[in-house]
Design a protein around this ligand. Structure first.
Ligand code: FFO
Ligand code: ATP
Length: 187
């Protein structure tokens, strides 16, 4: 990856974050439950999810819908530049860094992502090959290699784009979920 391509990532991030500031909320409830079922994940199995911030699609209602459908829901905990830690979402949350809210339950360790049957990955954009653009901390790139299940990026329709700059550490997504539904990748 050249510094020119790295700059492209930064430019894309700035553009996408600005677009999100004017976007209408996308709480995603039933479409998420359908997508998880579409991958054959059964009630009782574990789904790694996230608590939406800064205009991301998703919501607390999305997490509650997954729990109501019988899934065990894990949420990420940021621990500096280490891989993400995880804890079960039991309905209680507490403030975390970057304006995030985090699960209040006991931390399970970074390897807990290995117990997931599906990971919902927050993203600013994803391309037709499955290349994901995140917020630039590398948190998911350090954690996703420990997952052994489908990885589903969650974005708005306009954030599902033909091509994004790709670095060697970027982990490819298996599918993209938008408010319109699930698309398997690569296209
Ligand atoms: N929902 C969510 N959780 C996540 C991520 C993410 O992208 N989305 N991350 C992906 O790696 C990690 C945390 N990284 C993050 C980095 C920056 C900001 C951020 O810019 N926050 C805004 C505040 C947004 C708000 O208050 O609405 C800010 O600090 O200005 C958020 C998360 C782990 N958890
Ligand atoms: N597996 C990894 N091990 C160590 N460093 C990594 C790894 N993956 C990414 N990084 C570092 O993290 C930084 C940000 O990477 P990148 O721009 O791909 O983040 P991102 O995917 O947009 O962010 P996030 O995953 O937090 O949403 C880069 O400096 C990169 O070198």
């Amino acid at each position: 990856m050249t510094s020119c391509e790295r700059n492209r990532k930064t430019t894309e991030r700035t553009r996408l974050l600005a677009e999100r500031r004017g976007a209408s909320p996308a709480p995603l409830t039933s479409v998420v439950v359908s997508a998880v079922a579409d991958f054959g994940v059964a009630p009782g199995q574990t789904v790694c999810a996230y608590l939406a911030v800064g205009g991301e699609p998703g919501s607390v209602e999305m997490l509650d819908a997954l729990r109501s459908a019988g899934y065990r829901v894990l949420l990420p905990i940021v621990v500096g530049a280490a891989p993400l830690d995880w804890a079960e979402y039991d309905g209680s949350l507490r403030p975390g860094p970057y304006g995030l809210r985090e699960p209040a339950g006991a931390a399970l360790g970074p390897s807990a992502i290995g117990s997931a049957a599906l990971v919902l990955v927050p993203a600013l954009a994803v391309d037709h090959r499955g290349v994901r653009l995140g917020r630039g901390g590398g948190h998911y790139d350090r954690s996703l290699p420990m997952a052994r299940c489908p990885l589903v990026a969650v974005v708005r329709e306009s954030e599902f784009v033909p091509s994004l700059p790709r670095e060697e550490h970027d982990v490819l997504m298996d599918a993209v979920l938008t408010p319109s539904g699930l698309v398997r990748l690569p296209l």
